[in-house]
Each structure stands twice: as C-alpha cells, then as structure tokens.
Design a protein around this ligand. Structure first.
Ligand SMILES: Nc1ncnc2c1ncn2[C@@H]1O[C@H](COP(=O)(O)OP(=O)(O)O)[C@@H](O)[C@H]1O
Ligand SMILES: [Mg+2]
Length: 269
C-alpha cells in the first residue's frame, strides 16, 4: 500500500462497492441505502456507535449476508450472498475476531489450516501436511511477516491476547487476499499492543501485495493514524465518507459518531 497522496483518485481502480444496500433483520432495518466503495491502495475505517450497522456492512461486503436490496460488487462482479469461502477464493479475506483461533492447535497448525484452504489441500491428517514443502514455506513466510515465527510450536491458547489477534489476522493473510476486512482487529488489547498490531499488519500488507484494508475500529487514535478514508455509520446510514483530516476537524461529527474528543491527526504513512 502506498500513501493516498501518491495516486490521484481518478487513477484508482475500484476494488469493491455497494450500491443502495439495505439490510433488514425481520422488521428491523440495520442498513439503509448504503453506498460504499474501496479502491486500490486504500485503508478505509468504518466507524460508528454500537448498533450502527458496521458488522452488518462487513458481513454484506464479505458475502456472508445477502442484502435485502442493493448491489455488492467485488472486482466488477456481483457477489451478494456468495459466501465467505467462495469470496476468499476470489481474493477477499476477512479476520473474524478470533474465531480462527482453535485453542488446542499450535501456531503452525493454525496457519497450516489457513494456507491449506487456499491451496485447496485436504486438511487432515496433519501429518501429511508437514511434508508439504510449498505449504510449510508459506506458513513460515506468514509467521515471519507477523513476528510469530518463534511461536510456531506454541499452542494458540497460551499466546498473549495481542499474539492471538496477530495470529487471527495472519490466518486471514495466509489466504493471499487482494483485500482484507477486519472487524475490530485490536479490540480487547492494550493501547501499546494495538499500535504494534497495526504496524505489523500494515507492513505485512505491503509485503504481501494486499491492495486494500478495511477495518471496523473504535480507537480513534488508530483511525486517525492509519486511515486514508473514514466511513461513519449512524443508525444504518452513511453519515460521512471523508479523509481523516476533514473528519476530525468537525467536532460535531465526532461526537455524533463516537462521542469522544478528536485525537490529534498524526499519520505514520
Ligand atoms: N442477526 C441479527 N438479527 C437481528 N438483529 C440484528 C442481527 N445482527 C445485528 N442486528 C441488529 O442490527 C443492528 C446493527 O448491528 P451491527 O451491524 O452488529 O452493529 P455494529 O457492528 O455497528 O455494532 C443492531 O441494532 C443489532 O442489534
Ligand atoms: Mg460490530
């Protein structure tokens, strides 16, 4: 990923977009007429209060939920409701807030499962996977990128919370995605760990040729520091879609969306 200043918007390729998406759970309307897009080289943060529809939007754009109305396109193709497995094959990968972490598996086994699903290997028995050179090389490459190489034989349940998050994100990266979506990747970890997780993830994304990152994030310091664009949801509608300097210069916007004071906008890349 490069700085957004490096490419003019006109030169950017659209990776995915939703057009007029609404999502109803029974009578309840969780998303209303949401049009949202992500282009090449973008880091987009989705923000908003609890219940605003952020996870629903991620579920819709990752094909887990079929919207009640509207279109979802990825790389120019309609993907509404195709399901996450098919979508991962097409290059969109998602971290699921630790659901990829099986406590009894080692870091090596966890990453091997993710890589083997990409390589379409039969996952069991594990023993045969250990002899699979291509798979093992990939496991080691991904573990290296996420600083987990020394932990390859460690059981996932004994990792620190920050390392579990890294392993979860690393599993999503093991699918060699074009685009990666993260729903609250740093929730439940210390402020210091949040920053190191983001640094590792952004540098791994650059190394792996990931073309865009979309995250749901509550920590406004992280949002300000890493995002090229902020999409704010409120009661299922897009309230704002702005670059961070513009977003954080509007105190009314910030308190409407997150109810906090603006952080100082400091970009690290
Ligand atoms: N499966 C579901 N069935 C019914 N209501 C749901 C379901 N999932 C989410 N909701 C409701 O939809 C709204 C948006 O939820 P969600 O997308 O999880 O918001 P956020 O991630 O922004 O907190 C909330 O009011 C939530 O209670
Ligand atoms: Mg959510």
């Amino acid at each position: 990923m490069t700085s957004p200043d490096a490419a003019s918007p006109a030169s950017k390729t659209l990776l995915f977009e939703t057009t007029g998406v609404s999502m109803h759970y029974g009578d309840y309307r969780a998303l209303h007429d949401v049009s949202f897009h992500v282009a090449d080289n973008e880091f987009v943060s989705i923000v908003g209060p609890n219940g605003a529809g952020k996870t629903t939007l991620v579920n819709v754009v990752t094909g887990l939920l079929k919207p009640t109305t509207g279109e979802v396109r990825f790389m120019g193709r309609d993907i509404a409701g195709v399901g996450p497995v098919e979508l991962a094959r097409r290059g969109m990968s998602r971290a699921f807030q630790l659901v990829n972490i099986f406590p009894a598996l080692s870091v090596r086994e966890t990453l091997a499962v993710a890589v083997s699903s990409r390589l379409r290997r039969v996952v069991n028995p594990f023993r045969s996977l250990w002899k699979d050179g291509e798979l093992q090389a990939d496991v080691e490459r991904v573990s290296e990128a996420f600083g987990l190489r020394a932990r390859l034989e460690t059981q996932a349940s004994t990792l620190s919370q920050g390392e579990k998050k890294l392993l979860d994100i690393a599993s999503a990266f093991a699918l060699n995605p074009t685009v990666i979506l993260l729903d609250e990747p740093t929730s439940g970890v210390s402020t210091a760990d949040k920053h190191s997780i983001m640094e590792v993830m952004v540098s791994a994304a650059k190394g792996a040729g990931v073309r865009a990152i979309v995250q749901v994030e509550h920590d406004m310091d992280l949002v300000a520091r890493y995002s090229h664009r902020i999409v704010a949801l409120q009661e299922g509608k897009v309230l704002a879609d702005l670059p961070p300097d513009v977003f954080f210069s509007d105190p009314a916007m910030i308190s409407a969306v997150v109810g906090t004071r603006p952080p100082s906008v400091k970009r690290s890349h």
